[in-house]
Design a binder for this molecule. Structure first.
Ligand code: UDX
Length: 428
């Protein structure tokens, strides 16, 4: 099939590359010429395992191209995929203006029947709006299909190639057949392809992401209680997770969630609930608890040092909102470190990714490896659970650090090993 993907962010670029990888001819469009010129040269503008190699391979096979000419790319396509950003409005709702702008461009370029797949995260009813915009400008036949994307940063390619489920909102038999064919190479089981109406498909994304965020805030709530009463959350997590109805994932306590999805999606769901007269307290509290985790972490550090961290050196391991990405959007590290710097602390940070240093206050000293950052440290703060942090030399750390104190915001290291070696160890 000929596919035109509009938007080369995480979702668009991964989807376009994976569809191309299995033999489709894909043009990925964007308005950002700088990004396009990188991509045309096989350079991936985002840090995502496997993606750059796949882009290069698809370019070599001439199955993938990049263009800023959306209208021409739409004309040559059987399927158009909308994958543009839906940033947060000041009231928490998703800003749909980029989606609607793309719908207008598609409407003027439509020259034959096409399936328009919306992958952008949008509020229920958006597919209908897209249809209205397109039909107001053309007599051509088309179908708008809602196809929320569930890929997770850091393992986006694997998530796309091996989806646990593909959700498709559409009532058009013709469109469903085309979209099923498109996804066939990725489906392990026939039943993984789930069809429903467009509104349900759109809401499914918010419902799933908010539920995962809710699990994390619940884990943090129980972990905070453990801290107060002297119980061990890791034991409770184990006890809960062995119940298949609960499951083991998204129960890690710590400094809370960040990233481009959970924070935005729970706020958007709160707004959708409120707009429809449904009480949103449960979802609003998920965000409140999440923000509080960062304060609880900072307060524990301040308490330990009698509210005076001025001139102290804190080593930081990990800055990104999760491992295997260079993304700092809504990363808990940003606000935590801002607060500590404001209180006069010196920060010596190391993160394994090529993160954007400009996001941080210039007062942070960045290091190229985890041990250099520890030299003379009054405490180590673990803010992202990169795999390489689990492989450490306790004796070497003891020698480097001025004070043997660890605040493990991700429960990433083995506390027992450090406690045995005379460290003070704080978990969350
Ligand atoms: C999420 C969803 O998982 C994905 O399905 C959706 O398409 C996009 O949003 P992502 O934001 O890439 O993916 O990361 P995810 O792995 O879900 O983690 C989100 C945040 O939650 C991270 O900051 C992570 O550190 C935190 N987290 C995750 C916890 O604090 N505890 C956990 O148990 C799990």
């Amino acid at each position: 099939m000929n596919i035109c993907v509009i938007g080369t962010g995480y979702v668009g670029l991964v989807a376009g590359t994976c569809f191309s990888y299995v033999g489709n001819s894909v043009t990925c469009c964007d308005v950002d010429e700088r990004k396009l010129s990188l991509l045309k040269n096989g350079i991936c503008p985002i840090f995502e395992p496997k993606l750059e190699d796949m882009i290069k391979e698809c370019l070599n096979r001439s199955k993938l191209s990049f263009s800023s000419d959306i209208a021409t790319s739409v004309k040559g396509a059987d399927v158009c995929i909308i994958a543009v950003g839906t940033p947060e409005n000041s009231d928490g709702s998703a800003n749909l203006s980029y989606v609607y702008d793309v719908a207008k461009i598609i409407s003027t370029a439509l020259d034959s029947y096409k399936v328009i797949i919306n992958k952008s995260t949008v509020c229920p009813g958006t597919a209908d709006e897209i249809s209205k915009i397109i039909s107001s400008n053309t007599n051509c036949e088309f179908d708008v299909v809602s196809n929320p994307e569930f890929l997770s940063q850091g393992r986006a390619v694997d998530d796309f190639l091996h989806p646990q489920r593909v959700i498709i909102g559409s009532s058009s038999k013709k469109a469903l057949e085309i979209v099923r064919k498109l996804y066939e190479p990725f489906l392990a089981h026939e039943n993984d392809f789930i069809t429903m109406d467009t509104k349900s498909a759109e809401l499914c994304k918010y419902a799933a992401n908010s539920f995962l965020a809710l699990k994390i805030s619940y884990a943090n709530l129980i972990s905070n209680l453990c801290d107060k009463i002297g119980a061990n959350y890791q034991n409770i997590k184990l006890g809960m997770s062995l119940d298949e109805r609960i499951g083991a994932q998204f129960l890690n306590s710590g400094i809370g969630f960040g990233g481009s999805c959970f924070p935005k999606d729970i706020k958007a769901l709160s707004k959708i609930l409120t707009d429809n007269g449904v009480n949103c307290d449960l979802i609003s509290d998920v965000w409140k608890i999440n923000v509080l985790q960062r304060k609880i972490f900072t307060d524990k550090i301040l308490n330990k040092f009698n509210n005076n961290v001025s001139g102290l050196n804190f080593a930081v391991w990990g800055l990104t909102f999760k491992p295997n990405t260079n993304d700092l959007r809504e990363a808990p590290s940003v606000s935590i470190l801002e607060n500590l710097i404001e209180s006069g602390a010196n920060i010596c940070a190391y993160d394994p990714s090529n993160f954007n240093k400009d996001v941080f206050d210039s007062k942070i000293n960045f290091f190229n490896d985890k041990y250099s950052a520890l030299d003379g440290a009054d405490a180590l703060l673990v803010l992202t659970e990169w795999d390489e942090f689990r492989d450490y030399d306790v004796a070497k750390m003891s020698n480097l650090m001025k004070q043997k104190i660890i605040f493990d915001g991700r429960n990433a290291l083995c506390s027992d090993e450090f406690l045995k070696s005379g460290f003070e160890y704080f978990v969350f």
